[in-house]
Design a protein around this ligand. Sequence first.
Ligand code: PSU
Ligand code: MN
Length: 304
Amino acid sequence: MNEFVQLSPEVAAARADGRPIVALESTIIAHGMPWPQNLETAREVEDVIRAEGAVPATIAVIGGRIRVGLTNEELQQLAQSPDAMKLSRRDLPFALATGRLGATTVAATMICAHLADIAVFVTGGIGGVHRGGAESFDISADLQELARTPVAVVCAGAKSILDLGLTLEYLETHGVPVLSVGQDNFAAFFTPDSGLKADFRMDDADTQARFIRAKWALGLSGGVVVSNPVPAAQAMPREEIDAITAQALAEADHQGIQGKAITPFLLARIKALTGGRSLATNIALVKNNARVGAQLARALQKQA
Ligand code: PSU
Ligand code: MN
């Protein structure tokens, strides 16, 4: 194991016993959801994974080490630290060198999961090409990571704060397959349907696992996106979320919000503008992804 990586006792035991492990990110805890729902959700998501017969490994940088599997106290520390850094690929060495507390994005969590030999990672939504990205070059490092690091990322697609069409084009160019669960189209986070086709519909975990094993057996490095739509009963009305997204984007533009601050700003504004209802949808979709991710980890383990 890499000198910077430290497994928790629960994760180390799972590894020793050959049980399936599912990685979880921590930016969603520190920057994606407000206190105290962030902590409650982090714990509930871990419990969904355990109930499905896998072991959760929430990842963060604490005390100069990449920690794979956190205690309840550590989850709480992240949930209550507004100054936790948001760590993507470029930022990881800084947090390790300085001992700063850091929450990992999709990109950084993929890197850490791969260092810990974990193949499945569950999140809410991936980053993507921002609207106007062709001019601003604001393209999340998550997409580059998906192109290079072999981890399957289970998500509810990506938010329509992004340009979802350009996001799918970028993934295609970089050879990142997008599998869709239960429907043909790519999911749009708060709503099930982006109106854009995913590459392959694959409803059951065994088929997803065979696809992923075949990709990696061919030496095709890089990740796989598993797009799992939010259940209809918990989705937001599309017209409402579209209007609110447009307003939040206009405010970000007006206030000159830039760089890595854009995504947390938009998430917080959308929550406020929906009177907190978007948060309930966000929580529901992450739990739904945890179930699918745990089943995928089990299927991969069985086929190994
Ligand atoms: N999308 C969400 N919730 C989130 C994020 C994205 O719906 O919490 C977080 C993830 O950690 C993702 C990161 O990796 O934002 C992307 O940030 P950026 O666009 O700055 O790359
Ligand atoms: Mn960005």
